[in-house]
Write a protein that binds this ligand. Structure first.
Ligand code: F3S
Length: 377
């Protein structure tokens, strides 16, 4: 791989964090046969919950000794940084999670603690990014038309410190072409993503033909589910996503008219906000709560970013007046607090995939309306 003189210098830097970051990028570039490195506009770091990375990850992060050179945001932590006690988080977990947060702050990352960084600042069509967090990657590539590969937490940190990423994969237009057409009936987007992700072959890129236009929030749920069950990093939607017209229609076809998700249990927690909720979704939830007009009977936890919550304090207060809780900085999947419950009901194909594996709870699926409705029963 070609390296500029400046990049060679970084590879030989006396600062171990910088030289190791370059080594990671060069190794990736060699594996994927990249010709060179390209600058990135921003980086997004995943895997920062103490629950997921433990002491080894914490100590590794504390050992970093360089500053990021591009805008860098971070994924949810294992708790709401303010209301952690209400979530039932232990003191020791809090301390360790805060050490992770401080280590990220020390390298200059923004403590955004969200999987929806695109609600906090604008990313644009064609921008090169180095993002980890599969749902955000799917959103950036598909809905915005920005370009990022599926980075790991470590390669996203390396890119944040160097400001570059190897030029391969989805950074190259030709690699973004769809190779399977999915004709979909009126199916819930999360359920559809969950089902199609399971059916796709390795590295297949779907283009969807829907009967009606989907909102960006619905596409967000579709992408998160596709990424969870099918490792999908980009998808297209006819007449909707920015690059759908740029490629030939694939010959391979799939048709889905109905998806049955057969998980049954009696939920003691309803958890919504995977990926983190947008203002529009919070408004939709408030409307559903107002329709019932009384306090919820079961635990109803909603997850959003602190950035979105701070801009919508009145809305959050109204939602919480129904006894629902709106937590920030964390989510049902990366927080150990979910483990206190037996059956968690979700409207997200991604949460449906990971909750049984990571939090060892039973799951049930429903759309947003069904999730809110059951909270009153
Ligand atoms: Fe976000 Fe957690 Fe889901 S990080 S995409 S809410 S698993």
């Amino acid at each position: 791989m070609y390296l500029t003189k400046e990049e060679e210098k970084l590879l030989d830097s006396d600062n171990e964090t910088i030289s190791k970051s370059m080594e990671i990028l060069v190794a990736l570039g060699r594996i994927y046969k990249a010709e060179r490195l390209i600058p990135v506009f921003s980086s997004h770091i995943s895997g920062i919950s103490y629950q997921n990375i433990g002491d080894a990850g914490l100590e590794w992060l504390e050992g970093l000794n360089a500053k990021v050179v591009v805008k860098t945001t971070v994924n949810p932590a294992g708790m709401d940084l303010v209301r952690w006690k209400e979530m039932g988080i232990e003191d020791e977990f809090y301390e360790k999670q805060m050490r992770i947060v401080r280590a990220l702050e020390k390298i200059g990352a923004e403590i955004s603690l969200t999987c929806t960084p695109y609600y906090l600042y604008e990313i644009k069509f064609g921008m090169h990014l180095a993002w980890a967090e599969s749902s955000a990657i799917a959103y950036a590539n598909s809905i915005v038309g920005a370009r990022t590969n599926r980075e790991s937490g470590i390669s996203a940190i390396a890119s944040a410190i160097i400001g570059k990423t190897p030029y391969y994969g989805l950074h190259i237009k030709a690699n973004r072409a769809p190779n399977v057409l999915v004709k979909a009936g009126d199916v819930n987007p999360s359920a559809l993503g969950f089902e199609i992700g399971n059916k796709l072959k390795h590295d297949q890129i779907p283009i969807f033909r829907f009967k009606k236009k989907l909102s960006n929030d619905e596409l967000k749920l579709l992408g998160a589910a596709l990424a969870a069950t099918g490792n999908v990093a980009i998808f297209h939607v006819e007449n909707q996503t920015p690059e759908w017209k740029d490629f030939d229609v694939p010959k391979e076809k799939l048709e889905v008219d109905k998806v049955e998700i057969e998980y049954e249990c009696e939920p003691d927690l309803i958890a919504i906000g995977c990926p983190h909720l947008s203002k529009d979704e919070l408004l939709q939830i408030l409307k559903l709560l107002e329709k019932e007009g009384k306090k919820v009977k079961r635990s109803l936890w909603l997850f959003t970013s602190r950035g979105v919550a701070n801009k919508n304090k009145g809305l959050i207060e109204k939602i919480e007046s129904f006894n629902a809780k709106v937590f920030c900085d964390t989510c049902m999947v990366v927080s150990p607090s979910t483990e206190k419950y037996e059956c968690v009901m979700v409207n997200s194909g991604k949460a449906l995939t990971y909750l049984p594996k990571l939090r060892k709870v039973k799951v049930r699926f429903g759309d947003l309306k069904e999730c809110v409705k059951i909270a009153f029963k």
